[in-house]
Design a binder for this molecule. Structure first.
Ligand code: APR
Length: 309
């Protein structure tokens, strides 16, 4: 039997996730939105691409949660995106109410699902979903690290004129201005980029990576990125439903790992059928460790604004 994936929010990110996941054919997809007709119309349109792309995935769109019953994974993308000049953190108060209500509705019908959070500010929204769902921490995961590393990999491949496939990148920390790219552990064909590129080039690329989402927001003017974010979500879904146990950078709730307690931070994790099956701890230099702790504190400040209890 195919797995079942619910996607809440049929906007740019949600619809792109639905398309990418359905095209792989491993799961049926339920697309939920509050706007009448939008999830239904988009799902029907995608369903009709099945014969051409050779996918038997069933897609349905709905404005209620009955059809989401017994989902294996619920992806939460509902919420407002950034406008030029806004940080992800500026979205907090609007998206808090949306993500809270959506998590409650998802849990009512799929109490054993794995939740993937995409709505920003990502790390705070993941903490909210963990709090509301009362799921174990292994089953609430934030999508951020794959997006940050894929941006870093893209820019490095452009700079070096090599295949993107041969670049493996490491980015830790919160999904925001305090994210911590680690060039020392970022490699091209196994060789650290710090051995290949001058420091100023690395600094320029790191800086562009950190501001990668904002660069797209200022180009689009209305809305934020969705092609790369949905590709990242689809990779997480694959690793979970196919139990691939890939090591992927995701936002995970830390309970002492990296010396950080009680907050979501981007770290490498093993993703399988049971969600986060392991948090991988990397030995960091004192500078990297300090940057990661600073990033975790920035997330904690945002979480405190939500007054979860
Ligand atoms: N329940 C279901 N859907 C909702 C709800 C809700 N309570 N509130 C809003 N939505 C829907 C909107 O109707 C809209 O279709 O969420 C969708 C959001 O889509 P877009 O505005 O296109 O935003 P998108 O670009 O998809 O970004 C969504 O993901 O990457 C993050 O920062 C981004 O927080 C933002 C989120």
């Amino acid at each position: 039997m195919r797995k079942k994936v619910t996607i809440v929010g049929a906007g740019n990110v949600g619809a792109s996730c639905a398309q990418r996941i359905a095209e792989k054919g491993h799961a049926d997809v339920v697309l939920v939105d509050i706007i009448e007709g939008i999830p239904q119309g988009k799902a029907l349109d995608m369903l009709q691409s099945g014969p051409v792309v050779a996918s038997d995935s069933r897609l349905i769109g709905t404005n209620s949660y009955e059809e989401t019953q017994d989902s294996d994974i619920a992806i939460i993308t509902s919420g407002v995106p950034r406008k030029p000049g806004m940080s992800r953190d500026d979205l907090l108060l609007t998206n808090v109410e949306i993500v809270k209500g959506v998590t409650e509705s998802v849990m009512k019908y799929s109490p054993n699902c794995i939740i993937i959070i995409v709505t920003n500010p990502l790390d705070a929204m993941a903490q909210l979903a963990l709090h509301v769902s009362k799921l174990p921490r292994s089953r609430v995961i934030g999508m951020s690290g794959i997006l940050d590393t894929t941006r870093f990999r893209t820019f490095l491949a452009m700079e070096l004129d090599v295949s993107v496939e041969d670049i493996s990148a490491c980015v830790l920390g919160g999904h925001g201005d305090t994210m911590v790219p680690i060039p020392r552990l970022t490699t091209v064909g196994g060789v650290p980029v710090t051995d290949i590129l001058p420091q100023e080039t690395i600094d320029r690329i790191v800086n562009r990576t950190i501001k990668g989402g904002g660069e797209i927001v200022s180009l689009l003017k209305a809305g934020s990125a969705y092609y790369a974010p949905s590709a990242a979500v689809a990779q997480m879904v694959d690793s979970i439903i196919l139990d691939k146990k890939r090591i992927l950078p995701c936002a995970a709730y830390l309970e002492g790992e990296y010396g950080i307690e009680g907050v979501f931070v981007g770290v490498p994790v093993k993703l399988g059928m049971r969600g986060i099956e392991q948090i991988i701890e990397i030995k960091l230099t004192p500078e990297e460790d300090a940057a990661l702790k600073k990033s975790a504190e920035a997330v904690r400040e945002l979480v405190e604004v939500m007054k979860l209890r």
